[in-house]
Design a binder for this molecule. Structure first.
Ligand code: PLP
Length: 222
């Protein structure tokens, strides 16, 4: 079951990347394992999954401790400043740097812990009030503000609203890809573009996503 679903996701990524003119092997799958039991996550690892995404520290922590140490864990959710230390300790990439306040707390912690913290900046490209993240026009100034410290900006992340017709998400993905291409700041390499979930990853990859976050497509409805 999981095997077949993973094959399906890989094959859709491949055809979307080719359609958009991108290298299909350059697209990383982050298996979103929220609400998924450790036994099933272990199954996914056997099928070649190497990166898992969680959006709540409380749920993630016991799973991370039970599963093999080689897994790269990605933090996807809104992060409260009082959880920064634990998240830095447990996760290899934080997709959800969404405010200057959080960046300041993270920088302070990273300095105390003497570690670098790889992050993606969350972009709210749809302008929905309910979504966290920077508006596209704020991203460059924000990077200028925080660069040069222990926070290492590795790229951008966005979430499109849910559309029955995923095609409607295309302009949002395109806008964030163009933003990534436009930003040229010395010492900052925006390598990753984390966009696309079960409903819309095929469109996101056509628009240049090189990291997709899929849960339901792999593990079924939760
Ligand atoms: C849950 C979640 C996903 C995965 O959603 P699916 O629709 O199950 O693929 C991706 N990104 C974030 C930030 C999430 O919270």
């Amino acid at each position: 079951m999981l095997n077949r679903r993973l094959e399906e996701v890989r094959s859709r990524i491949r055809s979307s990347a080719l359609k958009g003119g991108y290298d299909p092997d350059g697209v990383k799958i982050v298996a979103v394992t929220k609400n998924v039991a450790v036994e099933r996550i272990a199954e996914a690892l056997e099928l070649g999954i190497t990166s898992c995404g969680e959006n709540r520290l409380q749920e993630a922590e016991p799973k991370i401790k039970q599963l093999p140490g080689e897994i790269r864990w990605h933090f996807l959710g809104h992060l409260q400043t009082n959880k920064v230390k634990s998240v830095i300790n447990l996760f290899s990439l934080i997709h959800s740097l969404d405010s200057l306040r959080l960046a300041r707390a993270m920088e302070k912690r990273a300095m105390q812990m003497d570690v670098d913290v790889p992050v993606l900046i969350q972009v709210n490209a749809s302008g929905e009030e309910s979504k966290y993240g920077f508006h596209p026009g704020e991203v460059e100034d924000f990077i200028m503000e925080i660069r040069g410290g222990r926070i290492k900006i590795r790229g951008l992340m966005t979430m499109a609203p849910y559309f029955d017709n995923a095609e409607e998400a295309r302009p949002i993905f395109r806008q964030v890809r163009e933003l990534k291409e436009r930003i040229k700041i010395p010492g900052v390499e925006l390598e990753y573009l984390s966009m696309g979930m079960t409903n819309d990853y095929h469109i996101a990859v056509e628009e240049g996503a090189n990291m997709v976050r899929v849960g339901t497509a792999l593990f079924g409805a939760r």
